[in-house]
Design a binder for this molecule. Structure first.
Ligand SMILES: [Zn+2]
Ligand SMILES: [Zn+2]
Length: 169
């Protein structure tokens, strides 16, 4: 496996035609796409590509960290990222490349494992993370973090629907 820049390109020429042959795929993965303001840091994979039944199967454990903010109180959060996945990889032009929905077609003998892993990481990112299930969020008026205690705001007054009605008078 070569690691040049952001790419994690795997040369599968030694296993692609050998039933049962394996190739270890380990290393760091760069995720450059951002989703829902979640930053993926220190992502790496530990897995292998196995030649099985005329196709290649990539199975790997992904680990790393997610940096984001609590959806309610905006506190910075660092969360562990850990999941495993498996993808079927089919060489273009072979019998098995018909079922395009569930497989990844690759050209030649090089597979961009980094891209496959990055896509799987994005699939495992949620749109919302909370610092705790009971997070009280921020006061919409004064901005105080209500997890640290109540503020003195009068919530009836600041309801924007009432605010509008007052202006009609
Ligand atoms: Zn929170
Ligand atoms: Zn307040």
């Amino acid at each position: 496996m070569q690691e040049g820049g952001d790419a994690m390109i795997c040369d599968v020429s030694t296993i692609v035609n050998t039933e049962g042959a394996e190739l270890a795929v380990c290393g760091k993965v760069e995720v450059n796409d951002f989703l829902y303001d979640v930053e993926v840091v220190d992502a790496s994979i530990d897995g292998k590509i196995t030649c099985s039944g005329g196709v290649l199967v990539l199975a790997a454990l992904v680990s790393g960290q997610l940096k984001t903010a609590c959806a309610r109180c905006l506190a910075e959060l660092t969360l562990p990222l850990s999941f495993d996945f498996s993808e079927t990889l089919v060489q273009e032009g072979t019998e098995e490349d018909k079922d395009v929905d569930s497989v990844i077609i690759f050209d030649g003998t090089e597979i961009d494992v980094g891209e496959i892993v990055a896509n799987n990481i994005l699939l495992n990112i949620s749109s919302k993370y909370l610092c705790s299930e009971n997070c009280q969020g921020l006061c919409p008026k004064c901005g105080k973090n209500l997890n640290e205690g109540k503020c003195d705001c009068d919530f009836f007054e600041i309801d924007p629907r009432w605010e509008k009605l007052k202006n009609f008078k």
